[in-house]
Design a protein around this ligand. Structure first.
Ligand code: FE2
Ligand code: FE2
Length: 237
């Protein structure tokens, strides 16, 4: 795993852990809960990516870059790990979008766009039973808001500026960068430098200018991240 400064599912240990399970010293919301939640987030991200083999590392990369952006923005390690987890699961709602729409090679009809635009809300609904994913500035809020635009032209709520949860403004930049650099059936992925130029060009329209500054501070890490192997952070059996 590359440069996981935001912490990872395999990097944190519960101080109260004992053979057979957690002692409960963490109160259910400490390292044990975070570690389990992170593992769950990685699994759910892989579940979404498994629907399209070309995107086998998309959720992993969005998580890595979102976590790095959170640290560059000055968030704490715990806050950054929650943003990283939201990056893993940002598109979990797509499991509720029909394959025929999700993989349609041509332009979508207005009715099909309605289905696609439901995926942030559906994702938040899927995740809300998990306690550590709920609440203000939570993973659920980030997933719900990851397609909002800084200028208010996004969805599902049309939020603008600081009304968009900060974590969602961070994940939005990471998601766009990854999408631009990935190959699609109808186009080749952009180079890192081309994608960085596109992000800069959308400063203040799609993206929070402060987050774009954070992104430029971590740009030197991006080529290595994109080249990072299979993306699997644990050995397969
Ligand atoms: Fe992770
Ligand atoms: Fe999405």
């Amino acid at each position: 795993m590359l440069l996981l400064t935001s912490g990872g599912a395999h990097s944190e240990k519960c101080s109260g852990a004992e053979p057979g399970g957690c002692s409960g010293k963490c109160g259910g919301l400490g390292a044990c809960a975070m570690n389990t939640a992170h593992q769950l987030a990685e699994s759910l991200g892989r579940a979404v990516d498994a629907r399209d083999r070309r995107l086998s590392r998309h959720s992993e990369l969005v998580a890595e870059i979102s976590g790095l952006l959170a640290r560059a923005h000055g968030l704490t390690a715990r806050q950054s790990e929650l943003v990283h987890m939201a990056g893993h699961m940002h598109d979990i709602g797509k499991i509720g979008v029909p394959d025929a729409v999700l993989h349609k090679p041509g332009p979508l009809s207005p009715e099909e766009w309605v289905l696609v635009r439901e995926h942030p809300r559906l994702g938040a609904e899927i995740l809300c039973p998990v306690r550590v994913f709920r609440g203000p500035h939570s993973v659920c809020e980030i997933v719900l808001s990851h397609h909002e635009r800084f200028d208010g032209g996004g969805y599902p709520r049309g939020l603008a500026g600081q009304d968009i949860p900060l974590g969602a403004r961070l994940v939005s930049v990471a998601d766009a960068f990854c999408a631009m650099t990935e190959d699609r059936p109808y186009r080749q992925g952009m180079s890192v430098e081309e994608a960085v130029r596109e992000i800069k060009a959308s400063d203040g329209s799609m993206f929070d200018p402060c987050v774009v500054k954070d992104f430029l501070r971590i740009r030197h890490l991006l080529p290595e991240l994109l080249q990072g192997g299979s993306g699997l952070s644990c050995p397969l059996p």
